[in-house]
Design a protein around this ligand. Structure first.
Ligand code: NAD
Length: 469
């Protein structure tokens, strides 16, 4: 069967040990694009989740013995297959969560990039020999795969975020059980279909579709699962952290953010507007690294605002299936509701809407929800600042610590500000810093652990020290 034929399947069920489980309790999957049910979802049972964990364990014991260069070949093939089918992925994601097809194809490149990057990293899992204080001893350190891994992923990047977890796990020699968001099961199943086509053995990458509480409980409490990588909201991250405590799992938590953007008076304003909008409008503002607070140095505020609005007027907003669309309407019901609440709250507390669709607000105060919680939508609050130290303090005034952006042409300012910001990712004159080749992740309430980059594979490895006497 081709992937084109596979995506036509009307009932979507879990994929475990190379088999699709299609006889569970069925519920409709509604497309936010059309507002109508477009597939049915068959839920996995508690027993089947346990069987899936066993299947992953069996697959892990064989896979860890496969030589790294061979594992790399499968991963490279998987990346190539994602690229080959990027248009199909883009179309599916547009139906699942309303992303524009242009961005969906970009996400396919991003996802493929993780498979290609970690194919290389699989071959670079080096150990160490360490000189001993005793002449008769040799000290070796080797890095072993951590074991069976689990991934729980959100709806905003249906293949990009799973790829950041699946690729390093497989590269390290682990197996992985993935629970997609309820909105996006088909994208995840498409990845599993391509994994099979790439020649990866059954059971190595299992997909669990169904009740999040049942699946979450089983994955976090199973002693067989040694690692959980979660991406989603902070509250759920904390809950899964607590649930995983009993079995002492290694965790990666990629949680929410509240990214500040600092635009200094010496910034190249065209670059700053472009960078801000690249970050802000990607996925219609529904990203964890979306600029939520935009601090503009007072002396350039007027000019910057004029250029920003000029640029917003040129955007093409509308149908996500049209490749010319820059920005699709926000379709996810939670995002729609949150944006409404944030706007009403800001306007009731004195904010002024100076442009709408996408919305630009001024007269912002710290008490507004928009300054405290991620809005997850195309809303740009502009806040003036005077001295550099004030701007840095405002930017750092948040419990979150995922991404921050800085626009300046001064090397000295760039150096000082990047040092002072308490964020895991800094975009310096760059609105889209996330890339497979670099470590990405948060601090404080935005979680811990890194995806991508030279350290990304470490999350799926465990050091073993062998002392030879
Ligand atoms: P969410 O936390 O509601 O859901 C994420 C996943 O967790 C889904 O698969 C969901 O079914 C599952 N889940 C929810 N409750 C669960 C439970 N009790 N047990 C087990 N699983 C459970 O998040 P969302 O709305 O899908 O995603 C948006 C959030 O993700 C935003 O806060 C965004 O900032 C964050 N995010 C962070 C990053 C990052 O890199 N830090 C990247 C993308 C998104």
């Amino acid at each position: 069967m081709s992937l084109e034929a596979f995506v036509q399947k009307q009932i979507l069920g879990s994929y475990v040990g190379g088999e699709h489980l299609l006889h569970g309790e069925e519920s409709p999957l509604v497309s936010p694009l059309t507002g109508r049910p477009w597939r049915s979802v068959s839920a996995i049972t508690q027993d089947q989740v346990q069987r899936a964990i066993t299947s992953s364990e069996e697959a892990y014991h064989s896979w860890k013995k496969v030589p790294a260069p061979e594992r790399a070949t499968y991963l490279r093939k998987m990346g190539d297959l994602i690229l080959e089918h990027k248009a199909l992925f883009a179309n599916t994601m547009a139906h699942e969560m309303g992303k524009t097809v242009r961005e969906g194809e970009g996400e396919a490149h991003y996802a493929a990039g993780y498979f290609h990057w970690f194919a290389g990293e699989a071959e670079r899992i080096y150990g160490q020999t360490i000189p001993s204080q005793y002449p008769h001893k040799t000290l070796l350190v080797q890095k072993d795969p951590i074991g069976v891994c689990a991934a729980i992923t959100p709806w905003n990047f249906p293949i990009g975020i799973p790829a950041r977890k699946i690729a390093p796990a497989l590269a390290a020699g682990c197996s992985i059980l993935c629970k997609p968001s309820p909105e996006c099961p088909l994208s995840m199943l498409m990845l599993a279909f391509l994994a099979e086509e790439a020649g990866l053995p059954p059971g190595l990458f299992n997909v669990l579709i169904g009740d999040e509480i049942i699946i979450g409980q089983a994955l976090t409490t199973s002693p067989k699962v040694r690692k959980l990588s979660f991406t989603g909201i902070c509250e759920v991250g904390r809950l899964l952290y607590r649930q995983s405590a009993e079995t002492l799992k290694k965790l990666t938590l990629e949680l929410g953010g509240h990214a500040p953007t600092l635009i200094f008076d010496d910034a190249d304003l065209d670059k700053a507007v472009e960078g801000l909008l690249q970050g802000k409008l990607r996925n219609s503002g529904q990203t964890c690294v979306s600029p939520n607070r935009v601090y503009v140095q007072r002396s350039i505020q007027e000019t910057f605002t004029e250029r920003l609005i000029e640029r917003l007027k040129a955007l093409s907003i509308g149908d996500p299936l049209d490749p010319k669309t820059d920005l699709s309407e926000v379709l996810h019901p939670t995002s729609v509701e949150k944006i409404k609440i944030h706007l009403e709250d800001a306007l009731s507390k004195g904010a002024e809407e100076i442009y709408s669709h996408p919305t630009v607000l001024t007269n912002i105060t710290k008490e507004m929800l928009i300054c405290q919680e991620e809005t997850f939508g195309p809303v740009i609050p502009l806040i003036p600042f005077d001295r550099d130290e004030e701007g840095i303090a405002l930017a750092n005034d948040s419990p979150y610590g995922l991404a921050a952006y800085v626009f300046t042409e001064s090397l000295q300012r760039a150096r000082v500000v990047s040092q002072e910001l308490h964020y895991g990712v800094i975009g310096l004159n760059d609105g889209v810093p996330s890339t497979p080749q670099a470590p990405f992740g948060g601090m404080r309430d935005s979680g811990f652990g890194r995806v991508g980059g030279p350290s990304g594979i470490e999350e799926y490895l465990v050091e073993k020290f062998i002392s030879i006497g």
